[in-house]
Write a protein that binds this ligand. Sequence first.
Ligand SMILES: Nc1nc2c(ncn2[C@H]2C[C@H](O)[C@@H](COP(=O)(O)OP(=O)(O)OP(=O)(O)O)O2)c(=O)[nH]1
Length: 413
Amino acid sequence: MNRTLKSYKIINDPVYGFINIPSELIFAVIDHPYFQRLRRIKQLGLTDMVYPGALHTRFHHAIGAMHLMSITLDQLRNKGIEISDIEYEAALLAILLHDIGHGPFSHALESILLKGQHHETLSLLFFDELNKQFHGQLSLARKIFVGSYERKFFHQLVSSQLDIDRLDYLQRDCFFTGVSEGTIGADRIIKMMTIINDEVVIEEKGIYSIENFLNARRLMYWQVYLHKTTVCAEKMLINLILRAKHLGSSGFQLPGSIEFLGFLTKNLTKDTSTGTPAWLDDFAQLDDLDVWGAIKLWKDIDDLVLSQISKMFLTRNLFKIHLSNQPLDVKETTTLKLKVQKKLMVSDENLSYFFSEGEISNYGYLTENKILILTKKGEVLDVASAADLPNIKAMSKIVKKYYACHAKNLTLR
Ligand SMILES: Nc1nc2c(ncn2[C@H]2C[C@H](O)[C@@H](COP(=O)(O)OP(=O)(O)OP(=O)(O)O)O2)c(=O)[nH]1
């Protein structure tokens, strides 16, 4: 990129070393309070309750992904793919902002604070608001983000089954958790990338790196992201927030930051036809600290359910979880529920805060949205057909696990 910076900016990243901030506009976006807030949102929510090193943030990930995007675009340019400086900068901005809509604890509280709202929908709202504030300079980045730019491969680099997002988060999550099963050869994958008919394809030599990447991601989901203790901690946090919402909407005076209380007491929703919702700026004030701060206050509150779960959460006295590969037997679950209710002495009305059941699922590869391999003969094939082992096809099966979790000991009437 030829756009020069008035002063040269670099960030020292623990995974890649020094990362350049390649333009004034990118630097201004990183400096914006919306983006700076990502410093206070942990990438893996409550995973540090299991892997204590997992304290990295959405800020780390966004900067890392921007860096990988720049390496990828340089590599593609070296292979003769024309990419203008404007496109280059827009692609970096698109990946930099892809997760800007994440709220406190990332996935753990997604759709809970703002009912039914996925972070990608919120990222788009932030994109639009930032684009206004930056006088339209993010318009091309927005097109790449939503997939409406005519050169489709830019969007595939931001969001697909083999995107820069995944290449960064797998390396970063491995590094910070210390879980080596998620190790991938991102450098090699990037080196093997090229563009055919406007689509990202991987040269055949890179096929084993792709097999390893798909398997590594699958393992990271089961071993880290959907670890049963993390699922349980996330469920406790959700129950805490649901109780706080119940109290807040019935007029109970809860302590907490003004913005956080706003999301607990008002039933905020988003009407897509009305442009920027009035609450967006309040949402932009929220981060993990609002939630932790409130929980520290709630442990002493005059509501036994909220105070008990807050205390348990703060001391990592987590629910006990039963996980099964088969759907849970309704009779057995009902018996367990009754046993728990009797042991904990919880009313029927409050049992749902101390007993939860649900399912978790994961897939390795979706055949509808293919990763393409460029064979030595010049054919472009789905990786599932190009690989000499049937394991990629097998990975397209969605695997589900079922759980019930409950508090271990307390006395509540
Ligand atoms: N603790 C925890 N972390 C999760 C969970 N789901 C995803 N993650 C983490 C793993 C990665 O660092 C990151 C991946 O999610 P993102 O929001 O960054 O991207 P997206 O949902 O598009 O991921 P995908 O493209 O489906 O792999 O979030 C979860 O249920 N619990």
